[in-house]
Design a protein around this ligand. Sequence first.
Ligand code: TYC
Length: 116
Amino acid sequence: MRSAAELGYPGSVNDREDQTGGSVKERVKTEKKEPTLYKVVLLNDDYTTMEFVLRVLEGVFQKSPAEAYRTMMQVHLNGSGVAGVYPWEVAETKVQTLATLAREAEFPLRAAIEEA
Ligand code: TYC
């Protein structure tokens, strides 16, 4: 019977001997590594214009006009919506860029970061 480790089950332990006769336990790295991704969640407010939100979704989040419209309406009608999913530093940069553009345009538009 082959061991769980030989069969490559995620997280199983491979029991081996090293040259000194000691037992070395190797954690078999077959577990699927979860990519650490974060959602940038766009938040609704009563003052930011729909046109400005579309501009941000297209310019910062690289959405097509149709996808930007869909996301903007999702936020407008439901209070929040996912603008994109990114590694941490990219998510942070997008939110910072959005904050800068919103401040310059004097809109209260905000976005949050959530674990994906
Ligand atoms: N609710 C805004 C309006 O009616 C539009 C809007 C949509 C604002 C999405 C923010 O993230 C937002 N002008």
